[in-house]
Write a protein that binds this ligand. Structure first.
Ligand SMILES: *Cc1c(COP(=O)(O)O)cnc(C)c1O
Length: 468
């Protein structure tokens, strides 16, 4: 990893470049999930380059990226192997479709490699360009499957409040983000939500995590019985909720969900868009939680974010039904794009060669979790440290011991996030939780830097709210 840019002195803020790009951006660019009025009054930070786990802005500041971009840059920034794979593929076969009786080497090889990495029961893969499209595709596959089984009335899909499944209309309907639903006058039909397994915020006082996990899982059973098992097609959930706050369910939750899905013949879908490709120290997060899904939504880490790619992993039973029942009327121009699939192959090859998942499992993951607990256990405003491998959620709380949250938790977390940002650390806030998911190649000294900066910001937040 190159650190040659470390010595670069920050330029006077804001530099002429910063002023220039901010002006163009403010005049012509609408950012995702942003209050553009407020953002334009402050001006965006212009990110100009990145290497390893570091970003640089147009004023010459170096930031440590505690979020791997948006949970995706698993192999870190600036890997030439991926750039070269894209270049070679663009020269050889820049684009061709897979609609009309054609295929190409990269998509065929990637499918075989994913079948090997995902293991049984996964045999087949369908491609798209994002996690949102992967979840749209999940719905199409689920509906098609039940139609081929002579059960077209099985069309309810159950998901969770505060789950995140993307921002297409179907993805956002599947998701349980109230603030997104508020701006969607129409939603996809036959999608219903149950409560999330968020122990810290929602368990009754005195209830154990294990009992709470079972109680929340049994809401699925109650919902299936209410709708009629003959009408329920699938349940979808993130193994751990990512955007919702890195919420780790109690260990009793997923085995019970799996039991219920099997009992009522409901397909079990794991949205592995964040959890997949090594984040937890396993290739897929469902292995950490000990359950076996029928379908997986994949994206983000599949290419380490170098180019967009999404996929759905399909178990043999569902894949065979689709293969044997004529045309499946679904696809996108860029399904199985040669450049995206070539970059995914190079990315996964690199992850294997460098044993990145093993390193997260045995070395850097445990070290990161240990350093976080050392820094924040007993901290005056930290009530929970959730996570495994290289993902963590820190619950901010006014009174950690009694699980009493701040009345203005999102505001407090916003203060913390801004303190991180001005301290050149990217840490994300979700509700009243602070999230970390650095690139999977982060080294131990870089973990030390990350945790020290996070501690500075959370200490400063505690002082700001008079708790330290
Ligand atoms: C990011 C994310 C998505 C959506 O992926 P996009 O590529 O942003 O469309 C879906 N599910 C989960 C769990 C995610 O974190």
């Amino acid at each position: 990893m190159s650190h040659t840019l470390d010595d670069q002195k920050p330029l006077p803020t804001p530099s002429p470049d910063t002023v220039h790009y901010r002006a163009l951006d403010g005049a012509h660019h609408i950012h995702p999930f942003s209050d553009m009025g407020a953002l334009n009054r402050m001006g965006s930070r212009v990110i100009t380059k990145a290497q390893g786990v570091y970003l640089w802005d147009s004023d010459g500041h170096r930031l440590i990226d505690g979020m791997a971009g948006l949970w995706c840059v698993n192999v870190g920034y600036g890997r030439k192997e991926l750039a070269e794979a894209a270049y070679r593929q663009m020269c050889e076969l820049s684009y061709y479709n897979t609609f009309f009786k054609t295929t190409h080497p990269s998509v065929a090889e990637l499918s075989a490699l994913l079948a090997q990495l995902a293991g049984p029961p996964f045999t087949h893969f369908f491609y798209c360009t994002s996690g949102s499209e992967a979840n749209d595709t999940v719905l199409r596959i689920v509906y098609r499957y039940w139609a081929t089984q002579g059960q077209p009335q099985k069309k309810y899909v159950i998901s969770r409040k505060n789950g995140y499944h993307g921002s297409t209309i179907a993805g956002a309907t599947l998701g349980g983000m109230a603030y997104m639903h508020e701006q969607m006058p129409s939603k996809v039909e036959h999608i219903v939500h149950i409560d999330q397994p968020y122990f810290f915020a929602e368990a009754e006082p005195g209830m154990t995590p294990d009992a709470f996990g079972l109680e929340r899982a049994r809401q699925l059973e109650a919902k299936i019985l209410e709708l009629g098992p003959e009408n329920v097609a699938a349940f979808i959930g993130e193994p751990f909720q990512g955007a919702g706050g890195v919420i780790f369910p109690p260990s009793t939750y997923w085995p019970e969900i799996e039991r219920i899905c099997r009992r009522y013949d409901v397909l079990l879908v794991a949205d592995e868009v964040i959890g997949g490709f090594g984040r937890t120290g396993k290739w897929f997060a469902h292995r950490h939680f000990g359950f076996k899904p029928d379908l997986m939504a994949l994206a983000k880490g599949i290419t380490s974010g170098y180019v967009p790619l999404g996929a759905v992993a399909i178990c043999e039973r569902v894949a065979q039904a689709i293969v044997e029942h004529g045309e499946f009327n679904h696809g996108m121009t860029y399904s199985g794009h040669p450049v995206a699939t070539a970059v995914a192959l190079a990315n996964l090859a690199l992850m294997r060669e460098e044993a990145i998942v093993e390193r997260v499992k045995d070395d850097t993951g445990p070290y990161f979790q240990f350093r976080l607990r050392e820094a924040f256990e007993g901290h005056p405003i930290v009530g929970e440290i959730a996570g495994v491998g290289l993902v963590a959620g820190l619950q901010l709380a006014r009174e950690p011991r009694s699980r009493t949250r701040f009345e203005n938790g999102a505001e407090v977390a916003g203060i913390c996030r801004d303190l991180c940002f001005s301290g050149n650390l990217i840490m994300r806030a979700s509700g009243d939780r602070m999230l970390l998911a650095p690139p999977l190649v982060i080294s131990k000294p870089e973990i030390d830097e990350l945790v020290a900066k996070a501690k500075q910001a959370i200490d400063a937040t505690a002082r700001r709210v008079g708790m330290m």
